[in-house]
Design a protein around this ligand. Structure first.
Ligand code: 5GP
Length: 180
């Protein structure tokens, strides 16, 4: 179905849709009667974010932020850059940061610290994918879609050099592509 750059499908679009429904229901329940701002981390989480927000009922606002610890390729530089800040203040608000994947944990540790300095009511993390074996700093997702092994994945918003974000499934990238 995909070209030779894709080794295999790791999480199918059907599995993703079912899990996103569950995450949305859980968040709806946890924030009943409480307003919440969902923060999308650009660009990787954009597809997951659009699906997730529509599975959450209640008083929801959305905002966008962009930071990155990755240069080109598949290894982290360890340096985080804030490329785009939120559009609205978050003081006193419940925040859920929506991420595509937690890898080393460096990006979200930076982001959480940045947001907490603005004195929100709470900050939680929701990620569709988690690679716990790769963690360099201690960080846990509050809502996790799927735990995966240490493989470089693309699709469902995740890229390799800005490509493959449009694949509907989460796929393992062939090592021939990045020479891993
Ligand atoms: P961390 O700071 O946790 O190491 O990195 C998080 C970011 O690294 C993610 O938001 C994502 O952009 C990138 N990343 C980590 N693992 C993968 C992966 O397997 N595939 C892709 N496409 N990006 C990844």
């Amino acid at each position: 179905m995909y070209g030779k750059e894709i080794e295999r499908i790791l999480v199918s679009k059907e599995q993703i849709a079912a899990r996103v429904k569950e995450l949305g229901a859980q968040i709806t329940k946890d924030y009943e009667g409480e307003p919440v701002t969902l923060v999308c981390t650009l660009r990787g989480a954009s597809i997951f974010f659009a699906d997730l927000v529509r599975e959450i009922r209640g008083d929801v606002e959305i905002d966008f932020i962009a930071c990155s610890s990755y240069g080109a390729g598949t290894t982290s530089s360890g340096e985080v850059i804030l490329a785009k800040d939120l559009s609205s203040p978050i003081t006193g608000r419940n925040i859920i940061v929506v991420e595509d994947i937690i890898d080393t944990g460096i990006t979200l540790t930076y982001l959480k610290r940045l947001l907490l300095a603005r004195q929100p009511k709470s900050v939680k993390i929701c990620t569709i994918l988690d690679k716990p074996s790769r963690r360099k700093v201690e960080l846990k997702g509050d809502y996790v879609g799927f735990e995966i092994e240490n493989e470089y994945v693309v699709g469902y918003g995740l890229d390799y050099n800005q490509k493959f974000r449009n694949l509907p499934d989460v796929c393992v990238l062939s090592r021939d592509v990045y020479g891993g």
